[in-house]
Design a protein around this ligand. Structure first.
Ligand code: ATP
Ligand code: MG
Length: 366
């Protein structure tokens, strides 16, 4: 992970995930670097400046074609619990900077110049014991997104919440202040439930982490979501919504139009009483795949599976052109004919185009 040009600077430190991951022998998703001091004042000469954010004291520089984010050490205060913190001081000591972090294992610093590791919070010990530990008792009250982050990290590394941290989580979830920043909650939900894991989901429900989203009670359901996603929606960017959709009440999350459509499509399906395959096919064919899986989970797994496994691929081949050739003038009757052929083909999927044409002639001929 070494970025050569920065090595001369003794005030630069790798921090957070990148240090943790290296100690665990894992690839890092991104690199966080912190400068002990004011990075905006002191780090512009390290490379071409791409972006500066004075409110947070962060700077992005391009070094040898690679963009690197450098944060100033800073202290933060949570005047408005559950919302973005106020930056108090930019350019503090590392010892002060560490206090704003989430878990001890995410609070290790590694000197870019010497490789020395600085551990102010017992992170190395917790890393060894596979424990997630908050830095102080008000941590979840300040920022409840950390509860979802803990779920994410515990799954990724097989870590457990340390006892007191678990107690603090339970206490917070019994007494949630719903006036919080749901944009951040949503971002963590996307990352965490997007991992497509029934194990994560089980914890999400059983530990009542879902209460961050809705005060309503929710029970774990018997249908497993993970295999359904693996089979039918592996590349969906809305996997998280299949899991969180189980809560039904997502009013706090400010869904995008596409996300809302997934829930609306599901509601539409939920209201149907299906009498035959034709009705199932017509109801499901234009619905989002995530909505179909939600239907399997929340309503009738059998019907959704029947659609996905047996009906979905069936398509009639006959076209308007074929009908014209048989002698039908274009008219609304075409729809009736197509529906009829589809209903027959759902009963007998082996029908060829020739079979479909005969079927029309037999049933709609003079
Ligand atoms: P990942 O591998 O997912 O990137 P990470 O630990 O690097 O894990 P980031 O979201 O990149 O996580 O954040 C970088 C660091 O910033 C964290 O390691 C942690 O020290 C701090 N941090 C991030 N989010 C929070 C938060 N909500 N509260 C406190 N500290 C946080
Ligand atoms: Mg990171």
């Amino acid at each position: 992970m070494d970025i050569i040009n920065l090595k001369d600077n003794p005030k630069l430190y790798y921090v957070g995930g990148v240090v943790r991951d290296e100690l665990l022998g894992r690839e890092s998703l991104d690199v966080d670097i912190v400068y002990e001091g004011n990075a905006i004042e002191d780090c512009t000469s390290l490379g071409e400046v791409v972006r500066i954010n004075p409110d947070f004291g962060t700077i992005r520089v391009k070094i040898q074609g690679r963009e690197v984010d450098i944060a100033s050490t800073r202290t933060e205060r949570y005047d408005h619990k559950g919302h973005l913190p106020q930056v108090e001081k930019i350019g503090c000591s590392l010892k002060e900077d560490v206090l704003r972090r989430d878990f001890t294992v995410n609070s290790l610093y590694k000197s870019v110049a010497t490789g020395e590791i600085l551990d102010f919070t017992g992170g190395l010990e917790d890393l060894k014991n596979k424990k997630l530990r908050v830095l102080h008792d008000k941590s979840f009250v300040d920022d409840p997104t950390r509860i979802i982050r803990a779920l994410k990290f515990s799954h990724r590394f097989g870590f457990a919440l340390e006892e007191n941290t678990f107690r603090l989580q339970r206490e917070y979830l019994k007494n949630i202040n719903y006036d919080m920043c749901y944009k951040r909650i949503k971002k963590e939900l996307i990352e965490t439930l997007g991992l497509n894991s029934d194990e994560v989901f089980q914890k999400f429900i059983n530990e009542k982490i879902y209460k961050l989203v809705t005060p309503k009670d929710v029970k774990l359901l018997s249908v497993k979501i993970e295999p359904l996603v693996n089979k039918y929606a592996k590349i969906s960017e809305n996997i998280w919504l299949i899991y969180v959709g189980v809560l039904r009440d997502l009013s706090r999350l400010e869904l995008t139009r596409k996300e809302q459509k997934i829930l609306d499509d599901f509601s539409e399906l939920e209201d149907f009483e299906f009498r035959n395959d034709f009705e199932i096919y017509r109801a499901f064919e234009d619905k989002e795949i995530e909505s179909v899986i939600l239907y399997a989970v929340l309503k009738e797994e059998k019907i959704a599976r029947h659609y996905l496994e047996n009906l979905r691929e069936i398509k009639i081949e006959i076209t308007g052109k074929d009908l014209e050739n048989i002698g039908f003038k274009p008219s609304p009757k075409y729809k009736e004919i197509f529906d009829f052929v589809l209903a027959k083909k759902l009963e007998n999927p082996k029908m060829t185009l020739a079979d479909e044409i005969s079927c029309v002639k037999e049933n709609f001929g003079d």
